[in-house]
Write a protein that binds this ligand. Sequence first.
Ligand SMILES: NC(=O)c1ccc[n+]([C@@H]2O[C@H](COP(=O)([O-])OP(=O)(O)OC[C@H]3O[C@@H](n4cnc5c(N)ncnc54)[C@H](OP(=O)(O)O)[C@@H]3O)[C@@H](O)[C@H]2O)c1
Length: 247
Amino acid sequence: MSLQNPSMILTGASGGIGRAIAEEYARNGWNLFLQGFRHIDMLTQFCEELSSRCGVRAAAIRSDLADPESVRRMFETILNEDPSPDVLINCAGIAWFGLLQDMTDAEYERVMETNFGSVFRCCRAVLPSMLRRHSGCILNISSMWGSAGSSTEAVYSASKGAVDAFTRALGKELAPSGIRVNAIACGVIDTPMNDVLTSEDKAALADEIPLGRFGRPEEIAKTAYFLTGPDSSYITGQVIRADGAFL
Ligand SMILES: NC(=O)c1ccc[n+]([C@@H]2O[C@H](COP(=O)([O-])OP(=O)(O)OC[C@H]3O[C@@H](n4cnc5c(N)ncnc54)[C@H](OP(=O)(O)O)[C@@H]3O)[C@@H](O)[C@H]2O)c1
């Protein structure tokens, strides 16, 4: 373990895409602050495994990102330990399928706060440190439905549309300060988020995708690593779609 390694903060690290992103950064020698919520035990074990396998420092942090106070405490802990994280990736998110008239206020708030409120609060919390150093990268994991809209996922689509607009605007706001902000608008990726689908539904959905299959979390992880690294130094304020040409 070296404190000289670059460091990153990743929300949703206990999920399918988050785990793959953590793996990609660990293999490249990054120190990691990995946030999870319900699956914190699994995440703690994963951190131990990454530390011993990749020789990096990996810390698991439990936070309910739908709760502003919990987000504040999480950043207090992280920034106490490492006052200058290089990268923030906002990956946590929840889906909600159903007819709009059946959605309660509590469900609406949970989707919006988890998918968009957390992105706003995590960016706000990390920015003073990045602004001081005039460097840093932020990446938001969005969805193709943020621009296209999905039937029975109106609020989920709206939450990701908010992430897209926020990314474009913040990219412009922070460019003069040397900080880049981008998003990946994912298509259908093979993770537990799609476990609500039957295998027949999954096969029918894959047939609709020109590349003929769901995306793999590792493919999103490679795109994330590119978008937060020196090879993408002229890309900011962009929402890059990775959907196998679905849309
Ligand atoms: N999979 C897809 O097809 C797809 C498509 C487009 C976009 N995306 C986006 O990609 C991102 C990752 O999705 P995924 O497929 O990896 O989903 P996933 O496997 O279900 O993982 C979701 C992650 O979000 C975390 N999370 C959920 N609610 C939270 C809360 N209130 N507070 C803190 N953490 C919370 C979960 O933590 P715990 O499990 O520990 O609670 C988990 O780490 C999401 O933003 C999603 O909208 C996914």
